[in-house]
Design a protein around this ligand. Structure first.
Ligand code: APR
Ligand code: PHB
Length: 392
């Protein structure tokens, strides 16, 4: 057994774990990240690319914002379309704020680079991670690398190991409450080296289902269409995808869409999930380990970021003043904001998709809500406020 010691063990080297580790580093608070996969694997995952102002600020605070500011795109509005209607929600006008379009794997890459430059310790390919004694003042984490068991004694454990991680399951089942909603459809997404069809995103509710036109840069586009849960990416040739996308988005954009071969194609099921509490003794859950949102509105990473904010500030307070006040408030504070992101993601998903069991009544209500959003400045303000991100 190899024995190590640190202040904070961070389980999971996804964006939440990396951001937390880099922020702690700015305050000289040492941490070790344990990641079960390789760096190449983590960087290969493609996820949403919209960053709220709060996350942009955290990336700045972590000292990793140079490339994001150089290569990211500021978006101060988005298009929404349904039926024959198309309208723009102006974030700047309604909220004085905007969002940053920058791929999640680019942030992850920047965070890895920063951790490597500043001597951060990241263990890859860890197996059989086990979180122990978090209800005591002396927790520890054990894991195996290449057949050798390791043990790290620490003050705190941050469970940033995503939905399938071990951290959440460390909290005894009887002390955990889980809330879940599974949606009866998925998203088929493609990435293609083609220019975006518009300089801002287009969210569409069409009679054939939801579609989203997004992008990564001037020659890299990301598109999604709502699909059946039984579907498989292999069922979709590129030509079939483009045909279906064109059928769903407003004609003026369909006519100018530039298509090309896809370089990635995958299906994501849609789920809302929250576990409570997010703290158990000296274990704190962060990001996807504690909650999942459907991707409509791109709140996944942004909600992970608000957890990181609360945990980082609690740990900073503890190491700088000895007070555990904010650490003890972590679960309550994080969950208040998590549920607001859950609400928005559920609402935007419900508004924009055609469910297989939707009745005529449901359809009329959905249409009325879209009409209201199109015609009411107050409704647009509510949407904009949530889209750019509620305050931490
Ligand atoms: N031990 C160590 N690492 C683990 C374990 C484990 N038992 N289980 C999972 N991991 C790792 C995964 O390999 C992954 O790299 O934890 C990491 C979790 O990363 P994410 O799933 O990306 O979750 P998180 O960092 O919370 O990121 C927030 O925002 O857009 C959303 O869901 C999207 O990942 C995104 C999330
Ligand atoms: C994306 O670009 O992948 C994206 C953007 C906005 C969303 C979801 C996904 O709401």
């Amino acid at each position: 057994m190899i024995r190590l010691k640190t202040k904070v063990v961070i389980i999971g080297g996804g964006p939440a774990g990396l951001l937390l580790s880099q922020l702690l580093h700015t305050r000289d608070i040492e941490s070790i990240i344990l990641e079960q996969k390789t760096k190449a694997y983590v960087l290969g995952r493609i996820r949403a690319g919209i960053l709220e102002r709060g996350l942009v600020n955290l990336i700045e605070e972590a000292g990793c914002s140079n490339r994001m500011h150089a290569e990211g795109f500021v978006h101060n509005g988005t298009l929404v379309s349904y039926d024959k209607e198309i309208f723009r929600i102006n974030f700047s006008k309604h909220t004085n704020a905007d969002v940053m379009l920058y791929g999640q794997n680019e942030i992850t890459r920047d965070l890895y680079e920063a951790r490597e430059k500043t001597g951060g310790k990241i263990e890859f390919n860890v197996e059989n991670v086990s979180v122990q004694d978090v209800k005591s003042a002396t927790p520890f984490v054990e894991y195996t690398i290449a057949g050798t068991r390791h043990r790290i004694n620490c003050d705190y454990v941050a469970g940033c190991d995503g939905f399938h991680g071990v951290s959440r399951r460390t909290i005894p089942r009887k002390n955990r409450r889980e809330y879940e909603k599974i949606y009866p459809f998925g998203w088929l997404g493609i990435l293609s080296e083609t220019p975006p069809v518009n300089h801002e995103l287009i969210y569409t509710n069409s009679a054939h289902g939801f579609a989203l036109c997004s992008m990564r840069n001037a020659n890299l586009s990301r598109f999604y269409i709502q699909c059946s849960l039984n579907d498989h990416p292999d069922n979709w040739t590129d030509a079939a995808f483009w045909r279906e996308l064109k059928r769903r988005i407003p004609k003026v954009y369909a006519d100018q869409l530039i298509t090309g071969p896809s370089i990635e194609k995958s299906i994501t099921p849609l789920r809302s999930f929250v576990t409570e509490p997010m703290q158990w003794g000296r274990l704190f859950l962060c990001g996807d380990a504690a909650h999942i949102v459907p991707p409509t509105g791109a709140k996944g990473l942004n909600t992970a970021a608000s957890d990181v904010h609360y945990l980082y500030n609690g740990l900073k307070e503890f190491y700088e003043t000895g007070s555990s006040k904010h650490l003890n408030l972590y679960s309550e504070k994080a969950l208040q904001r998590v549920w607001k992101s859950e609400r928005f993601s559920w609402w935007f998903t419900s508004l924009m998709h055609r469910a297989p069991n939707q009745s005529h009544f449901d359809l009329k209500i959905q249409n009325a809500e879209l009409e209201f959003l199109r015609s009411s400045s107050a409704a647009q303000q509510v949407m904009a406020e949530n889209y750019v991100g509620l305050p931490y």
